[in-house]
Design a protein around this ligand. Structure first.
Ligand code: ATP
Ligand code: MG
Length: 76
C-alpha cells in the first residue's frame, strides 16, 4: 500500500440475498483509492449502490468479496 492512501478499496462486490433466496448484485468490482487530504464525493442514480458501499467502508456491512483497507489495515 502506498503510504499516502488512507482508504483503499480493492475489487469489492456485494451480493444481497442468502442461498435459496433471490440474489441481487449491488456492487461489482469496485476499486478506488483515497489519498490523505483528498475530499471525495460519491455520485450515482438511486439504487446504484452508494449506501451499500458506505456501509462496507464503515464496517456496518461486509463485502461478498474484495477488501477494504483503512490506513493499511484490512477492515473486512
Ligand atoms: N438489504 C438489502 N437486501 C437486498 N437488496 C438490497 C439491500 N440493500 C440494498 N439493496 C439493493 O441494492 C441496490 C443498491 O442499493 P443502495 O441502497 O446501496 O443504493 P443507493 O445508491 O444508496 O440508492 P439511493 O440513492 O436511493 O440511496 C438496490 O437495488 C437495492 O434495492
Ligand atoms: Mg442510499
Amino acid at each position: 500500500m502506498d503510504k499516502s492512501n488512507v482508504v483503499e478499496v480493492q475489487d469489492v462486490t456485494k451480493t444481497y440475498g442468502k442461498k435459496n433466496e433471490k440474489q441481487y448484485q449491488a456492487l461489482k468490482g469496485v476499486s478506488f483509492e483515497v489519498e490523505s487530504g483528498e475530499f471525495v464525493g460519491i455520485m450515482g442514480a438511486s439504487g446504484s449502490g452508494k449506501t451499500t458501499l458506505l456501509n462496507i467502508l464503515s464496517t456496518l456491512d461486509q463485502p461478498t468479496s474484495g477488501s477494504v483497507l483503512i490506513n493499511g489495515s484490512d477492515v473486512t
